[in-house]
Design a protein around this ligand. Structure first.
Ligand code: MUC
Ligand code: MG
Length: 367
């Protein structure tokens, strides 16, 4: 099972409805399809979504680091030698989504070779997750209309509301409007993408104390070290670290430093191997984890649900698995479907990713 090729194919698919949040905006899925090929004819597949404002990666940088740095170091290794693979990838700092996609593609190969689903190899807890939908910036009435549509069409009742606008009062009003419209059965939490200061965050949390929010995520920058600790110490709800804790070491630092009390796990940046390290760190420290979304396409979303459903603690909460609904199209031959607010993993060996060659030909950007 020797690696004979690591292919990085840039593609672009527009969003019907762009997602806007405090640290940026996504209008097009400028992603990279990563395929690892072996000498036995198996191909593992995953997707790398560059988020320049979060990790500094671009579509071009992902293709370049895979073509020029990673592929030459991995050729000839067995897909079973994953510790060696990671040792070589980790010689290079950064580039999280490029590394994660290679890791997940290797797990896909292992699953196919064993004739078993990756979800079972990872933990096999369940075959589905409840879905959280992310509501981006818009006037409050539009945010409410979107949440109601998503609830009515897909049965989703958990919403992550993007906050972090300034002044914060606009966000507080939007959250209140959502709670009023959706009622007490909806689960709501907020994500500031570092948009507020610690003081604004504290005021906003006080003003929303009656809204029954489940979590608060990255309301202010973790680099505001003492301000963030001050905020987290008084937060009435668990405070999720997302972009401030993109590796197990950062997770440990943020948690032990008192700058977070819960963690967002994104397979787009930690793959399966390092996501397990993050999850086990959280479990060991007694901290909750939520499956986040890197504004993934359907391939990335399938990877997220495979990981989230495989583990008991990540399947407790709804996972952020619906951003792909806003894309004009995608690459899978058989599109993902969300029914009754739930997304299921695919049956069969590996990850169950089957790329439609016509769609790839239409959206790829390298020909
Ligand atoms: C999220 O949870 O923050 C937006 C920016 C990013 O890095 O991820 C998305 C969603
Ligand atoms: Mg976030």
């Amino acid at each position: 099972m020797k690696i004979v090729r690591v292919e990085a194919v840039p593609f672009a698919i527009p969003y019907v409805k762009p997602l806007r949040f405090a640290s940026g905006e996504v209008r097009t899925a400028d992603h990279v399809l990563v395929r690892v090929h072996t000498d036995e004819g198996l191909t593992g597949t995953a997707e790398a979504p560059p988020r320049p404002f979060t990790y500094g990666e671009t579509r071009e940088s992902i293709v370049a680091v895979i073509d020029k740095i990673f592929e030459p170091q991995l050729l000839g290794l067995s897909a079973l030698e994953r510790q060696v693979v990671h040792e070589r990838l980790d010689r290079t700092v950064g580039n999280p989504t490029a590394k994660a996609a290679i890791d997940m593609a290797l797990w896909d190969i292992l699953g196919q070779a064993a004739g078993m689903p990756v979800s079972g190899l990872l933990g096999g807890y369940t075959d589905r997750m409840r879905v959280t939908h992310m509501v981006g910036f818009a006037p409050a009435a539009e945010m409410v209309a979107e949440a109601e549509r998503i609830r009515d069409v897909y049965g989703i009742t958990t919403f992550k509301v993007k906050v972090g606008r300034r002044p914060y009062t606009e966000d507080v009003a939007a959250c209140r409007a959502l709670r009023t419209a959706l009622g007490s059965e909806a689960e709501l939490y907020i994500d500031g993408n570092r948009g507020w200061t610690a003081a604004e965050s504290a005021r906003a949390l006080q003003e929303m104390a009656d809204l029954g929010l489940t979590f608060a995520e990255e309301l202010c920058p973790a680099d505001d070290v003492l301000g963030r600790r001050w905020l987290v110490a008084q937060s009435p709800i668990p405070f999720i670290a997302d972009e401030s804790a993109t590796r197990a070491a950062e997770v440990t630092r943020e948690l032990l430093g008192g700058s977070a009390t819960a963690i967002s796990i994104k397979t787009a940046r930690t793959g399966f191997t390092a996501s397990q390290r993050v999850l086990h760190t959280c479990e060991g420290l007694g901290v909750e984890a939520v499956m986040g979304n890197q504004i993934d396409g359907q391939i990335g979303t399938l990877c997220s649900v495979v990981f989230g459903a495989a583990h008991r603690s990540t399947s407790r909460y709804a996972g952020e698995l619906s951003n792909f609904l806003d894309m004009a199209d995608d690459l899978l031959s058989e599109p993902l479907t969300i029914e009754n607010g739930t997304l299921r993993i695919r049956e069969g060996a590996g990850l169950g990713i089957d790329v439609d060659p016509d769609k790839l030909a239409r959206y790829r950007q390298d020909r």
